[in-house]
Design a protein around this ligand. Structure first.
Ligand SMILES: NC(=O)c1ccc[n+]([C@@H]2O[C@H](COP(=O)([O-])OP(=O)(O)OC[C@H]3O[C@@H](n4cnc5c(N)ncnc54)[C@H](O)[C@@H]3O)[C@@H](O)[C@H]2O)c1
Length: 288
């Protein structure tokens, strides 16, 4: 590791007119880039796969599921490459084999989104060690392994022409990293998402000089098959999820699409080590 002192002359040599050279639409484009999404066979990950494809990015999805959600087929309508890989983020060796396959198929990896995750609702004293370990393995270690494998590839390949970055990584953390979820007993989930958030901060700093940016997104209550099932099973949770956010509604996965494109693309070239809350205001407080 070497620290380099920047001289005032170098600052003055920088291009102060650079902002005139690239339009906003160009900055947000993911054309020609390959983005890996873990846990993308359904839920938030699948919606983010649409976001990537809609701005021209190729998508490699990694999931334990054999059968993706029916919406997955609709990704075919975009003029990009999309492929689903069956794998498990908790097994480093298996995951390494999957990343090797992705590089063979797509040629490169320019971005990573880690959406694979589980949330077990069980009181603290009833949690079994295996169950806690599973939750930490998927939510935290799975994120760590995927990032390690993605960065190894990003460092090997040549940068895309015109891009200021070697790669961009977006972890899906959660509002649960900040506050306990009302009506739920999910201590290890909250802890695992706190770990994800800290990992993004530390890695963003460690990898900055290598051109890799690392950020996280923390959604609040988002409407997915998982939360809809939860609300059907426990009606009180449905009421909490819609009435607690100051905006008085659950988030729609659409609410995350713009942010993930921003974070993956050159539009956020100077943003790293930051968490981005999308909660309808719930992280800031409650009116009633
Ligand atoms: N839904 C919400 O309200 C909400 C809010 C905040 C954060 N999150 C986070 O967003 C992410 C996605 O949540 P979701 O609501 O879409 O859930 P989901 O259950 O619909 O999707 C999770 C996906 O991860 C996959 N997965 C699970 N274990 C895996 C493993 N070992 N290897 C590979 N894939 C695996 C699942 O098969 C599934 O496709 C999770 O990390 C979750 O914690 C969700």
């Amino acid at each position: 590791m070497s620290g380099k002192i920047i001289q005032p002359q170098q600052v003055l040599q920088a291009d102060a007119d650079g902002f005139l050279k690239r339009s906003v639409l160009d900055l947000f484009s993911l054309k020609g880039r390959t983005i890996v999404i873990t846990g993308g066979a359904r839920g938030i990950g699948l919606a983010l796969a649409f976001a990537v494809a809609e701005v021209g990015g190729n998508v490699a999805i990694i999931d334990v599921l054999w059968e993706p959600h029916a919406h997955f087929q609709e990704l075919e309508k975009f003029d990009v490459r999309v492929k689903l890989y069956k794998s498990d983020v908790t097994s480093f060796d298996l995951l390494k084999g999957t990343f090797d396959e992705i590089v063979k198929d797509f040629g490169r990896i320019d971005g990573l989104v880690t959406a694979a995750g589980i949330c077990i609702d069980e009181p603290f004293l009833e949690r079994k060690p295996e169950s806690v370990a599973r939750s930490m393995n998927i939510n935290f270690l799975g994120t760590y392994y995927a990032a390690q494998l993605a960065v190894a590839q990003m460092k090997k390949q040549t940068r895309l022409e015109g891009s200021s970055q070697a790669g961009s990584i977006v972890f899906i953390a959660s509002i649960a990293a900040y506050v306990a979820s009302k009506g739920q007993t999910t201590s290890d989930y909250c802890a695992s998402k706190g770990a994800v958030l800290s990992l993004a901060k530390a890695l963003g700093v460690e990898l900055a000089m290598q051109g890799v940016r690392v950020n996280s997104m923390s959604p609040g209550y988002m409407m997915t098959d998982m939360t809809l099932d939860l609300a059907k099973k426990y009606p009180h949770l449905g009421a909490i999820m819609t009435s607690e956010p100051p905006m008085r509604r659950m988030g729609d996965r659409t609410d995350l699409k713009g942010l993930v494109v921003y974070l993956l693309s050159d539009a956020s070239a100077y943003t790293t080590s930051e968490d981005h809350l999308v909660t309808g205001g719930i992280h800031a407080g409650r009116l009633l």
